[in-house]
Write a protein that binds this ligand. Sequence first.
Ligand code: OXD
Ligand code: MN
Length: 579
Amino acid sequence: MKKSVSDFVAFCADLMQPEKTVWIDGSKRQIDELNKTAVSTQEFVALNKEKLPNCFLHRSAPNDVARIESRTFICSRTKEQAGPTNNWMEPNEAYKLLSDISRGCMKGRTMYVIPYSMAPIGSPFAKYGIEVTDSIYVVTSMTIMTRVSNKILDVIGDDFVRGIHSKAELDAEKRYICQFPQDNTIWSVNSGYGGNVLLGKKCFALRIASNLARDEGWLAEHMLIVGITRPDGKKYYIAGAFPSACGKTNLAMLIPPKEYLERGYKVETIGDDIAWIRVGKDGALYAANPEYGFFGVAPGTNMKTNANAMLSCQKDSLLTNVALNPADDTVWWEGMSEAPETLIDWTGKPWHKGSETKAAHPNSRFTAPIVNCPCLSPEFENPQGVKLSAILFGGRREDTVPLVYEAKNWEHGVFVASVMASQTTAAAAGAVGVLRRDPFAMLPFCGYNMNDYFAHWLSIGKNLKNAPKIFNVNWFQKKNGRFLWPGFGDNMRVIDWIIDRCEGKEYGTQTPIGIVPKSSEINQEGLNISQEDLEQVLNVDKNLWENEVSDIERHYKKFGSKLPKELNKQLNELKQHLQ
Ligand code: OXD
Ligand code: MN
């Protein structure tokens, strides 16, 4: 084993003083044993062995149910490197604080050492990590979400990403999720919520990896990747960035309307949350999903909205903060089906149908192996990734932003992504439903100065001979509280228009914001929407866009003088077009 690995593990053991250290080898036998232990200590509840084989319910502490952005820090050498959108802590100060909190925190516990790979081991995309943790929930989840194997110890270099996690006392006042980009190190303490503790995911694959990507000339993005095959057999791959809990999983696993299925359309999933994207020799972009599982939002998921997600979490999965149906040891969440009469809610208390409280937490999750997904693409393990035809950006907007529009070119696309906004969701602690700008859906995940991140995107585009087209989509427009667009499978109609545009079809109308489809170009066969509503979702309202521009100006002020000039130029052009 590399000395750097054993030194790291020795450092963690010296500091946190676990009773023993166990190396995770990725074998089923070892995980089965650990799951049994977790059931015996009530960390897990074993679920129905016939209906949900090898599935377990896990409850996190009630004050620890979402990512906590206010306690997430980028500990780069200078505040300027972390930029205007991140919390920053001076690295020596952060290391001292975390060491003080962590000293002796694993006394009487086992420290598990997890070697894992993000992306297929040995592929050009692969990056390796070691996470130490005192939580079996983390071990089982990491085994689902990443490629855990003792083989990693043979291929790992000194540049592996060091991850330290301890539940410690689950003390919210001493909860910290710190990234140290200059040392490839992540330190998370006093939390047990997935997004804060499965260190391969947000902390590594986005915050640390975005730094690596900037230095090495690639992109680490909060994006789904989906493959579409048209009846003529031609395949298209599309990546899409939407903020947390805005439907990336649903779009990645979309089931097309009957009319499309009958004509031979096929949709296949590559990833639902993170894309690592590299420039190919042909000047196109190639994307791979570095993860190995789904950590999806449960509420609202059902056999109609996302049958593939439902089918993915029926075996070998963890269900976190959902309700338990004690009648048959199955699980339930709001929006799954008609509620059973009685349940045990996500906090472990009895719950009755009609109760004012939710049975499942709004950010309850399924953690499911990607190989369970019925529509998993055969390209998922392709070490070269898949060639992107289009990149989508979008968020939850009740008005202003039409169903879809196409950016004029790469630079304009970067502008569109830099001003994206969405209503906040339960995936992060804090108010829900508040509109906030979330550039590239990366606001909580970009591990360095976002001005430099925008500049990196602009410079990647300059070298692309076969750049994907960039689009913005919005499935969430409302009138009198009612969604105007049916969404889910019907989003295929929008994807189809996007692919037509990628094929160079002379579609759409130039508007001040970009190219918007004419309603006649959206396939309406079997679509249940009035002509009026369809016109409305495609409308670009100049007054609303003038307000939007004022808000974008306020948003851009935060970035100060380092904001790339190309973006201000794009904003000025938008203003002119609106006049
Ligand atoms: C997630 C998130 O869990 O974005 O993917 O919060
Ligand atoms: Mn996410």
